[in-house]
Design a protein around this ligand. Structure first.
Ligand code: COA
Length: 256
């Protein structure tokens, strides 16, 4: 069904693998449109509770937007390309179902931006991160200037984008770009275990916390108001009644 994405669903968890290993999983138009279709079908499929995004092959998560067609892109098309990528990565960030990145190698340019659009990130010990667009005479266009700044702070983000070089997984962990660094051959196993734990939590509460937490990054929204609204909404829900009752009865909750 997809030519540049591989999917695998098990126990409510979807593994989405960007699958162009011969081009280090670079994001061309087809990958972006398949990713969008995938996200829409994930949203509408009640059997999917959450997802992991990773890259095919041993070497790369995603080595960036596909540079191959760049010389044919003019000013207007460049802006359109950026907005298209931004829209799709925002769909990931705003997904009501948790999505994590399992960064298994190069996460450069659009690859680093894809990882940053996920709700959180684990990396293999050999992963490499960077925003090397400056070396091509351009700048990050899929949300990188915004999300990198929010994740690691303005000074560090400026330096990484201005230098255009790579940092390793240990440094990415040190500056808060990734949550955890794991041996390459254990990355997926550990990502799956974490996501299985997360998707066992009550789904409406997960969606509410994603929405309220995202509001912290959005100057157009009042994050406190969003939190209060979602907090109130969670009250008197079936899951809240079950979770609180189970706590009071000293037993494990049985969420629907
Ligand atoms: N777009 C298009 N093709 C890409 C690509 C990208 N972003 N990144 C890698 N590729 C392709 C290479 O052109 C090469 O294709 P070929 O075999 O047909 O020549 C293939 O993937 C393997 O890459 P290669 O450069 O040979 O691997 P390497 O191990 O020597 O180097 C990188 C790996 C990641 C350091 C290097 O590929 C690179 O710098 N890529 C571009 C990263 C970048 O600037 N990304 C931001 C884009 S805005």
């Amino acid at each position: 069904m997809y030519s540049t994405i591989a999917t695998e669903q098990k126990n409510g968890l979807l593994k989405i693998t960007i699958n162009r290993p011969e081009k280090l999983n670079a994001l061309n138009d087809i990958v972006l449109s398949e990713l969008k279709t995938m996200l829409l079908s994930m949203r509408d499929d009640a059997s999917i509770k959450g997802a992991i995004i990773t890259g095919a092959g041993e070497k790369s998560f995603v080595a960036g937007a596909d540079i191959g067609g760049f010389l044919q892109v003019d000013k207007t098309q460049g802006a359109q390309l950026a907005m298209h990528g931004q829209d799709i990565f925002s769909m990931i960030e705003q997904s009501g179902k948790p999505i994590m990145a399992a960064v298994n190698g190069f996460a450069l340019g659009g690859g680093c931006e894809l990882a940053m659009s996920c709700h959180f990130r684990y990396a293999s010990a050999d992963a490499k991160f960077g925003q090397p667009e400056i070396n091509l005479g351009i700048i990050p266009g899929y949300g990188g200037t915004q999300r990198l700044t929010r994740l690691i702070g303005k000074g560090r983000a400026m330096e990484l984008m201005m230098r255009g070089d790579m940092i390793d997984a240990a440094e990415a962990y040190r500056i808060g770009l990734v949550n955890k660094v794991i041996a390459h051959n254990q990355l997926i196993e550990e990502a799956v275990a974490t996501m299985q734990l997360i998707i066992s939590k009550p789904q409406p509460a997960l969606s509410a916390l994603i929405e309220a937490t995202n509001a912290a990054d959005d100057d157009t929204k009042d994050g406190y108001a969003s939190e209060a609204k979602s907090f109130g909404h969670a009250f008197a829900s079936d899951n809240m009644i079950e979770g609180v009752t189970a706590f009071l009865e000293k037993r494990k909750p049985n969420f629907k």
